[in-house]
Design a protein around this ligand. Structure first.
Ligand SMILES: [Zn+2]
Length: 56
């Protein structure tokens, strides 16, 4: 297991070794969704917010 830093709150976020780039993980501290943008070393970026679907 590796550890990356949350770009939102600077908390350390555990990243499983089996995690792949582009996977979304959640910061256990601030609960923000983070996209894995690199795994060697693990780097996280805040995931783009998904817009609400206002359709019926
Ligand atoms: Zn965080």
């Amino acid at each position: 297991m590796s550890v990356a830093v949350c770009p939102e709150c600077d908390a350390e976020v555990a990243v499983d070794v089996g995690t792949r780039v582009a996977e979304i993980i959640e910061c256990g501290d601030c609960r923000v969704e983070l996209e894995v943008i690199g795994m060697d070393p693990p780097v996280l970026s805040q995931a783009p917010e998904v817009e609400e679907d206002w359709g019926e």
